[in-house]
Design a protein. Structure first.
Length: 262
């Protein structure tokens, strides 16, 4: 009996130990399962973090590439700016050279302007002198014109006397013809002159003449028939030769005077 009890106790103790061991194993299994779940969760988190990290790394790589492109663009822009700066410096040097040439030309032009100013002053002085000479010449011409008029008056008076003498001679010739003697003389041109043989375009000159023993007197060109004593103012537009033509029964006499127009 005692043996049975002992055996029963041993069996109970063994069963208890078996139950205790099973409980420990179950607890250990649960713990391992929990740890497995934790590991799985950690793996999931790690995968998620790895995905996030990859995404961040991709973003960082993209940002790095973009930054590299920007750096390349900035480098190219810097190179272009340096090239542009070099070109502008070259252009600036060329402009400085051109400005130097322009300054030299300006100085030369200023010198020429000063010379021209001096020449203009001299020309103005000469023009003033010429104007004074012209006024003096005009005064002399006016005085000469007055003298011509006075001489013309005197000549007309003398012509009147000559005509009287011619009438007397004519009467004598009539007497001579009555006695069978002819005495007809050729026309006599005593004078044919011009006050200004050289004139400028627009200016005038005066022709004066004195003839005798004539039937007709004319001046060509443009004047026509005139008296035996007189004067006429002409203003030819070009160089002209005037011819005094005196005619009578004995024939014709001619005298020319040339007026040059400049």
């Amino acid at each position: 009996m005692r043996t049975i009890l002992i055996c029963s106790s041993v069996i109970a103790l063994g069963f208890s130990l078996v139950l205790t061991g099973c409980a420990k194993q179950e607890a250990e299994l649960k713990r391992l399962q929990a740890e497995l779940q934790n590991v799985k969760a950690a793996l999931e988190n790690a995968k998620k973090e790895q995905g996030d990290l990859k995404t961040k790394m991709d973003a960082v790589a993209q940002a790095r590439d973009a930054l590299a492109r920007q750096v390349n663009e900035l480098t190219a822009a810097r190179d272009r700016l340096q090239q542009t700066l070099a070109e502008e410096q070259t252009q600036a040097k060329e402009l400085q050279g051109q400005l130097g040439e322009i300054k030299d030309r300006r100085d030369a032009a200023q010198q020429q302007a000063d010379k021209l100013t001096a020449i203009r002053s001299l020309l103005r002085q000469e023009l003033d002198t010429m104007a004074k000479s012209r006024d003096a010449a005009a005064a002399e011409a006016q005085k000469a014109q007055e003298q011509v008029v006075e001489l013309t008056t005197q000549l007309q008076a003398q012509t009147k006397k000559v005509l009287e003498l011619q009438e007397q001679l004519g009467a004598a010739n009539v007497g001579a013809q009555a006695s069978g003697v002819e005495a007809i003389e050729s026309p006599a041109i005593h004078s044919f002159a011009t006050t200004r043989p050289k004139i400028s375009a627009g200016q005038s000159s005066t022709l004066s003449w004195r003839v005798s023993n004539v039937d007709r007197v004319r001046i060509e060109p443009d004047v026509g028939a005139v008296d035996t004593l007189g004067s006429r103012t002409v203003a030819p537009s070009k160089t002209t030769t005037y011819t005094l033509i005196a005619t009578n029964q004995a024939g014709e006499s001619r005298v020319t005077r040339r007026i040059e127009v400049f």
